[in-house]
Design a protein. Structure first.
Length: 188
C-alpha cells in the first residue's frame, strides 16, 4: 500500500472539485518546509510580542500555518504569501483576545521574553520589554513588523487591516508612545 500524504489528499480533493490543482496547491511539501524555515522564527517572535504569552504564541504559530495550508488562495509572490500568513496570525491573536482566556496573564514576566541580539545592555533591553508591555497589542504589532521584520508601511497595513495611508501616522504615534515610556523608565 502506497503512503498518501496530506498534500496528495488535498490534490485529489481539488481535482474532484474541478479546481486547478496548481492554484489550489501553490506549495508542495518541500516548498512549504522551505517557507516555514524562512518565516517561522519571525512569526513566532511577532506572535509572542503581540500576545504577550509564549505558550499562546506556540499554539497560534501552528494554527496560522495550518490555516495557510488549508486556504486555497493563490499567491502572487513570496511576500504576498508572507503577508497573508501574518494577517492570519494577527486575526488569531484578535480572536484569542475575544475568547474566554485573557490575552495577558498578570503573572507573565514580559522581561523574560527573548530580545534580539544587539549592542544594547541587558538593563536597556529589559526597559524596552517593560515599555512594550505597556503598549496596546496593535502598537506592539506595528513596531515589531516595522523594525524587527523590516516590513513596509503597506505590508504592515495589510497585516493589521488598516488603511495604508494612515500607517505612517499610526507608526509615528506608536514610536512616540514607546519613547515616552522609555524616558519614564530611565532616570536622568
Amino acid at each position: 500500500m502506497a503512503e498518501v500524504t496530506v498534500l496528495d489528499a488535498r490534490r485529489l480533493q481539488a481535482e474532484a472539485a474541478g479546481l486547478d490543482v496548481d492554484v489550489a496547491l501553490a506549495m508542495d511539501e518541500d516548498g512549504f518546509r522551505a517557507f516555514y524555515d524562512r518565516t517561522a522564527s519571525g512569526l513566532w517572535g511577532y506572535l509572542s510580542r503581540i500576545s504577550g504569552d509564549r505558550q499562546i504564541a506556540d499554539d497560534l504559530l501552528q494554527e496560522a500555518y495550518y490555516r495557510l495550508l488549508k486556504s486555497a488562495a493563490a499567491f502572487e509572490s513570496e511576500a504576498h504569501r508572507r503577508n497573508y500568513l501574518y494577517r492570519i496570525a494577527t486575526n488569531l491573536v484578535r480572536d484569542t483576545r475575544r475568547g474566554p482566556r485573557p490575552l495577558f496573564d498578570p503573572s507573565t514576566d514580559l522581561s523574560a521574553l527573548p530580545a534580539p541580539d544587539g549592542y544594547a545592555s541587558p538593563e536597556r533591553r529589559a526597559d524596552v520589554r517593560r515599555a512594550l508591555g505597556h503598549l496596546k497589542p496593535r502598537e506592539r504589532a506595528m513596531l515589531w513588523l516595522a523594525y524587527a521584520q523590516g516590513s513596509s508601511h503597506k505590508e504592515i497595513a495589510a497585516v493589521l487591516g488598516v488603511k495604508a495611508a494612515s500607517m505612517k501616522l499610526l507608526l509615528f504615534r506608536a514610536r512616540r508612545k514607546l519613547a515616552g515610556l522609555l524616558q519614564r523608565e530611565v532616570p536622568k
